[in-house]
Structures are given as C-alpha cells and as structure tokens.
Ligand binder design. Structure first.
Ligand code: NAD
Ligand code: MG
Length: 395
C-alpha cells in the first residue's frame, strides 16, 4: 500500500479538519507533511503536535512566533513559515504528492495553481480558485500531469457518476447530455425576498444540512455557492453552461446527477458529510472507511426536487450571467462576492445588498480574456476595490 504524503492548505477550517479526521483513522495510508492556517494558531499548534508535519505555515510573523512558542516544549523540528509565498513552499518543498486545497476564497489561488503545475494530486475544495482562473488552472493541471479530484460534494458526485477514470475529455464525448447539480436551497429556501431584509449573519450561517465555514454558508444562503459550482462544473467537466442545471433538493441526500444520452440518469447519494468526498479523493481509486454513518433510505421521509426560483436568488442568476460572459467576468463575480460577504459578516452590510454589490461591480468593470495570472490578479484586485467603494456609498 502506498503511503500518500499530504499537504493541507487551510487545515484549521471545516474541510481541513474533516480531512485530518479521515487521515487520523488511516495512519498507515497517509502522512501529513504540511499544514497551513491563516489565524487559528492554537488549533494549528494542536494539529502540529498530533500529525507532526515537516512544514507549518501561518499568515503573519506574529502568528509564526506564537506557533513557535506553543511548540517549543515539544522539541519539534517543524519548519515554521509565514506569508502567502510560504503557502507555495508548503506545496513545492514538503515532498507532498497530494494537496488538499481547502483555503477559502481567492487567497488559495496561487498555492493551488502551484500544486497543479507541480503535478500533484490536487483535491480541490477551494472552488473560488477554479472560478477565477478556470482556463489557466485546467491548463496548469494538464501541464503538470497530476490528478485533479473534485472535493465539492456535487462535483465529487458527478465525478463518481462519470465513466471510471474520467480526466479531461469533455464529458459530452462520453454520452453525457446534462449535469444536474443539487442544492439544498439553504436556510432561506422557503422565505420571500421581502422577508430577508433584516436577516443576521447567524441566521444566514445556520445551514439546514451541512456544517461549513462562514463564507460558504452565506454563499449557500444566497445560492451564490451554487452559481460558483456551475462555473466549477463547467471547467471540470467541459460541458456548455446550458447543459449544467440546478435542482433544489432540500434533503441533501442526492449529491448530484449525470443524465446520459441513452436515458440513464446516474446519481451519487450519501449522508451530507464532507468526509465522504474527502476520503474518496484521498484514497482514489480505492474506497476507504470515511467514518460516515451509513445512509438508510427507509428512514428518509422522501426525496424531492424542484427548479430554483431565480427571482428569489439573484446571486445564482448573476453567476449564470458571468459564466456565459466568460473571460474575467467570473473573476469579478467572485471578488465582489467575497468583499460583499465579508461586509455582511463583519460590518453590517444588509443581506439583500450582497447581490446588489456583485451586480454593480460586474456592470462597472470591463471583462477581458483571463489568459494570465497577472491579468486575473489585477482584475481581482480592481473588482475588490470597486466593490468596497460601492459598499461605502450604499451605507
Ligand atoms: P473555513 O473558513 O472553515 O476554513 C478556511 C481555511 O482557510 C482556514 O484554515 C483558514 O485559516 C484558511 N484561510 C483563510 N483565509 C486565508 C488566507 N488569506 N491565507 C491563507 N489561509 C487562509 O472554510 P471551509 O468551509 O473549510 O471551506 C474551504 C473551501 O472549501 C472553500 O473554498 C469552500 O467553498 C470549499 N468547500 C467547503 C465545503 C464545506 O463543507 N465546508 C464544502 C464544499 C466546498
Ligand atoms: Mg458544494
């Protein structure tokens, strides 16, 4: 049995901790060689003591010195680094063969791209990285010659429903007619738009089925998350946007489906627990125990599916618009959304203005071909600045 050498970008987050939970149960299969976190130094220190990586990376010099102090009594030989460039070092210098890309947002782009270029097995949770740089990222994967395994539950489900070993071929060539991405509809599925004016971050983060980081929880409430996932599916599976459909499925049991030309529809089902797709990606092509309770169909009250009401979820509509516009439109969409969600969570931007900020930012910036990292990062920065200015004027 090969022992995979794993680097986890974003190890203190929801996906990072679920990844460590799967690894903890299979010490003979996985060795952690690098861990990274932005701010949660105490948690990272705990993880370092348990998993003894070679490299640990934090956001700032102060964070690094705090981590050093916390690990001092452990006589640890862990190399402690800080700053964005060190995230790349964690990927390229740790001797890893597998990278869990689980940093939230655009901050994950550069190290995830580095993993792609270096030919690693990339377990992709950080959907924002793919949304902002789809073409470049898929090209980097191809150039690097590594394996790309989607961790987002919907894309992992679709990957499992495609012919075994699906890599880069457009899925259309395999007789695929449509991809159906399921969506729970989030905590506000049954509430009218007028009712949402005063919702708090706590209400928006209270997802009915999944426990996740704050940013993706808000994205699930607005359904921007599903919009980002449509764009993610477009790049991963190479189907035209028109063939990627969203279905509201409140039970979150069917994680997504593939409709084939011959009339077959294949679905992947399971508990709403990210350890399943994480274990799948870590052990692929084998299947290992993920620690997830078995699914009991007879105990379910039923499974239901419906079309989303786009007037209730303007962010989903905006994502479809950006996906069709192409070029840097998804980069702008993603950057404006990150700024608006942070303002909603931290500085009281009203919930309904998240989509307004994204919409206006998309309207104000020209979309250009997203053909280099420099262009993507410049557009990302410009869109962030524009969205921040808009938030000031909206206040
Ligand atoms: P989280 O907020 O719980 O964790 C984010 C991690 O990223 C933390 O370890 C944090 O330290 C790190 N981080 C944040 N900002 C950083 C920065 N500027 N530089 C370096 N590191 C930084 O988020 P999460 O819920 O684990 O989600 C992670 C990614 O996985 C997101 O892209 C999300 O869309 C995707 N995803 C998550 C889930 C889920 O169930 N949580 C499901 C599907 C996809
Ligand atoms: Mg998802």
């Amino acid at each position: 049995m090969v022992c995979r050498q794993v680097a986890i970008l974003g190890s203190t987050g929801s996906i990072g901790m679920n990844t460590l939970a799967v690894i903890r149960a299979h010490p003979e299969r996985f060795k952690v060689v690098a861990l990274t976190a932005e701010k949660q130094i105490e948690r990272l220190a705990q993880q370092c003591m348990e998993f003894k990586p070679d490299i640990a990376v934090v956001g700032t010099a102060e964070g690094a010195s705090r981590l050093r102090t916390l690990l001092q009594n452990q006589h640890s030989s862990i190399q402690i680094l800080y700053g964005p460039q060190s995230l790349v070092t964690a990927v390229t210098e740790s001797g890893c063969d597998t990278v869990m890309a689980a940093i939230v947002g655009a901050a994950g782009l550069v190290p995830t791209l580095a993993a792609a270029r270096a030919g690693k097995r990339v377990l992709l949770a950080n959907k924002e990285a793919l949304v902002m740089s789809g073409d470049l990222f898929m090209q980097a994967m191809q150039d690097g010659g590594g394996e790309l395994l989607p961790i987002d539950s919907e894309h992992n489900a679709i990957f499992q429903c495609l012919p075994f070993g699906f890599t880069k071929a457009p899925a259309e060539h395999l007789g695929v007619e449509e991809l159906w991405l399921t969506a729970s509809g989030g905590p506000f599925r049954d509430r009218s738009v007028a009712d949402l004016a005063m919702v708090s971050p706590e209400e928006a983060c209270a997802h009915p089925n999944w426990v996740m980081g704050k940013k993706i929880s808000v994205d699930s409430a607005t359904m921007m998350n599903k919009g980002l996932e449509v764009i993610e599916a477009f790049w991963l599976f190479g189907l035209p946007i028109e063939k990627i459909k969203v279905l509201i499925h409140p039970q979150s049991v069917v994680h997504s489906m593939v409709r084939y030309r011959d009339g077959s529809v294949l679905a992947q089902m399971g508990q709403p627990d990210m350890r399943t797709p994480i274990a799948y990606g870590l052990a692929w092509p084998e299947r290992i125990d993920a620690g997830v309770a078995p699914l009991s169909l007879t105990q379910l009250a039923g499974l239901s599916f419906s079309d989303p009401d786009l007037s209730q979820f303007p962010c989903l509509n905006l994502a479809f618009f950006a996906a069709k516009a192409g070029g840097t439109a998804p980069t702008i969409l993603n950057a404006a959304n990150e700024i608006a969600v942070a303002a909603f969570l931290d500085t009281g931007l009203p919930y309904l203005q998240i989509s307004e900020v994204v919409n206006r930012t998309l309207d104000s910036l020209a979309c250009v071909p997203a053909d280099s990292l420099e262009v993507i990062l410049a557009v990302d920065a410009q869109a962030r600045q524009m969205a921040s200015q808009m938030i000031q004027t909206l206040k």
